[in-house]
Design a protein around this ligand. Structure first.
Ligand SMILES: Nc1ncnc2c1ncn2[C@@H]1O[C@H](COP(=O)(O)OP(=O)(O)OP(=O)(O)O)[C@@H](O)[C@H]1O
Ligand SMILES: [Mg+2]
Length: 602
């Protein structure tokens, strides 16, 4: 239901109200100040129009012009002073709203301990919209433009009242024309917006291509494979394809706009003509005529649909989606998250019981009926071909996804009953595609256990044990060196060096209390000596910790207490190295022989 609502076309109905409420939540004081100052500004303009009329009348009838002139001057000066204040307030609100929206979306995205939200393409669409990457308008910009819109509409509305005081029928007709004009334009822009927002997914692809051309991380391959030109062409084509639908719609819009403008101009021309006749025949004074004509001009603002209107429409629809996202996360969390503490777990075992799993949005079932008991405090190696489901297994164990059927228990307790954050703090992991945080070397290790991150000694010890200390001593600013070429004073380190840092991070997590260590291809980038040395040390240091190692290297696998071979989502062999190697015709024995032969041949 919620998801369907999130995917459906944006809801524009309570636009302005939705936007103002969100701005108010971001900053009550600034929002009130903006509305007050913008209203005041909007009132000063019709006051100026009236004062001009009075002045003209005084001049025409040869009476004293000092009073109207003084008024006019005063209004002029106040407007001049208020203008920059209004703009400053608008800009301040812009930043606050953007910061608040950024905060809300970050919170909504990170509150779910699993990967479902972050990997959902539709949610990524919402994120792109909040960032203003789709229409070019961020939510905050809507807040800033509200200041103009509010003043403008106040001015236009009062102007219509001024006209109505003299020619009530003209005001009625104008009101109808304005409402028609505004509604027509709004309807058109709503359609344009739907086209643009409907292409968020294509736009994200297009931005991805653009970022490929701009990022240093992929530069090796884009250079070697000569992709630069291709990327530029691909980006241009996709951007044009996206814009084409918009242009088609806009062509209709220009026709509509021209029609509205003609209708409005006709109505205004007739009104001016009548004002002129009345003025010449003395039915209305010259001062009144001047005021009415100016008011007529200003009232025209009522039917214009400009950038501020559009920006607020964007803001409102984005805010609505963020609100839906927040609600969705909240309802999902209450149905999912457990409360039980997992302190000291697993004491006995972790069990996969008839686990079935299919990735969200995928039709391929990775596990159909998977069963495995992992004894606590021992080391288990998982081997199997690419795509067998090894990484998926540890992701399920880490509760980054929920099984689609069956259950995973820890000491007999369903994983779903455990508090997800507490369970995560029990786990230390180095994933196959572990993250290279482009932050300081220190943060890269300390992130293993944020609660102990200030313990320099422990961080340094973990780095030492993972063999990462030498790397750090070579860095220009030691521990504080940012690990990115793209940052000033940053350094780049090698793939194997990154892997040692990731190992140090996991070790730091274990030493800070994690009870399960997951190593998914932990030594794939290490040289042969490095691998042997790291692995041996890890086994010693993590004795008593439930360790799960996934590796294609038998030199690593063979040291584990127990080895399981996973094939097509099932455990097909189970035993220690000697037992499995001894099974003639077994998968393990076959794979081992293949790898050993390669080394012998080499
Ligand atoms: N996020 C994902 N969404 C959809 N399908 C996925 C996702 N991650 C993996 N898969 C699919 O799930 C299956 C199992 O993948 P998994 O990563 O668990 O394999 P693996 O045994 O770790 O392989 P490798 O040895 O290559 O690391 C594969 O068919 C893969 O294509
Ligand atoms: Mg894997």
């Amino acid at each position: 239901m919620r998801l369907a609502a999130l995917r459906s076309a944006p809801n524009y109905r309570p636009q302005l109200a939705t936007a103002i409420v969100a701005f108010y939540q971001a900053s009550p004081r600034l929002t009130i100040a903006v509305v007050v100052v913008a209203t005041l500004f909007g009132l000063l303009q019709p006051a100026f129009v009236i004062a001009t009329g009075v002045l003209v009348q005084a001049a025409a009838s040869n009476t004293d012009v000092a009073v109207p002139l003084t008024f006019l001057g005063a209004i002029f000066i106040i407007t001049r002073v208020l203008g920059p204040i209004r703009d400053e307030l608008g800009t301040a609100l812009w930043r606050r709203v953007d910061q608040s929206m950024g905060d809300r979306i970050m919170r909504a995205m990170s509150i779910d301990p699993s990967l479902r939200q972050v990997e959902d393409p539709h949610i990524q669409d919402v994120v792109a919209q909040v960032e203003g990457a789709v229409t070019g308008f961020g939510v905050g910009q809507g807040a800033q433009l509200l200041t103009f819109l509010w003043s403008q509409r106040t001015f236009a509305f009062i102007s219509l009242i001024i006209i109505g005081r003299i020619y009530w029928w003209a005001a009625m007709v104008l009101a109808i024309v304005h409402v028609l004009g505004y509604s027509g334009a709004r309807w058109h822009w709503k359609e344009v917006t739907q086209i643009i927002l409907g292409q968020t997914d294509q736009m994200r692809r297009s931005y991805y291509v653009r970022n490929l051309a701009l990022s240093s991380r992929v530069a090796k391959e884009t250079r070697i494979f000569g992709l630069a030109r291709w990327l530029v062409d691909r980006y241009r084509h996709s951007a044009i394809a996206i814009l084409e639908d918009v242009w088609t719609k806009r062509r209709e819009g220009w026709l509509l706009g021209a029609g509205i403008a003609l209708l409005l101009a006709g109505t205004e021309a007739v009104t001016i003509w009548l004002v002129a006749i009345d003025s010449l025949s003395g039915r209305v004074s010259i001062g009144t005529a001047v005021t009415v004509v100016q008011a007529l001009f200003a009232a025209g603002l009522l039917s214009t649909y400009n950038d501020p209107d559009w920006a607020i429409m964007q803001s409102a629809s984005t805010i609505e989606k963020v609100r839906e996202l927040e609600e969705r996360v909240r309802t999902q969390l209450t149905s999912l998250s457990g409360q039980r503490d997992s302190n000291g777990m697993p004491r006995k075992e972790i069990r996969f019981e008839h686990v079935a799993f299919t990735y969200p949005g995928s039709s391929h079932q990775v596990f159909e009926d998977f069963n495995l008991t992992i004894e606590s405090g021992r080391s288990l190696a998982i081997v199997g071909e690419n795509g067998a489901g090894k990484t998926t297994l540890v992701k399920l164990l880490s509760r980054l996804y929920e099984p689609t059927a069956g259950r995973i228990t820890v000491d007999g307790v369903d994983l779903r009953e455990l508090d997800p954050a507490a369970w995560h703090s029990r786990i230390a992991a180095v994933f196959q595609d572990f993250t290279q945080f482009e932050l300081s070397a220190y943060d890269n290790v300390a992130f293993g256990a944020l609660r102990a991150a200030d313990d320099n000694v422990a961080v340094e010890r973990a780095a030492h044990q993972a063999g990462a200390h030498e790397i750090i001593s070579r860095l220009p600013q030691g521990w504080q060196t940012p690990l990115s070429r793209e940052l000033s004073h940053g350094s780049q380190i090698s793939g194997g060096e990154w892997q040692r840092l990731a190992l140090a991070r996991a070790l730091f997590a274990v030493q800070s209390g994690a009870g399960i260590l997951i190593l998914d291809e932990p030594t794939a980038s290490l040289d042969v000596r490095g691998e042997a040395e790291v692995y041996q040390r890890f086994l010693e240091l993590t004795a008593g910790v439930t360790t799960i190692v996934i590796s294609h290297r038998f030199s690593t696998v063979r040291r584990a207490d127990r080895i399981v071979v996973v094939e097509r989502g099932r455990v097909v062999e189970d035993g220690n190295h000697d037992e499995l190697v001894g099974q003639t015709g077994g998968r393990y024995a076959e794979m081992f022989t293949l790898q050993a032969e390669r080394f012998v041949a080499a």
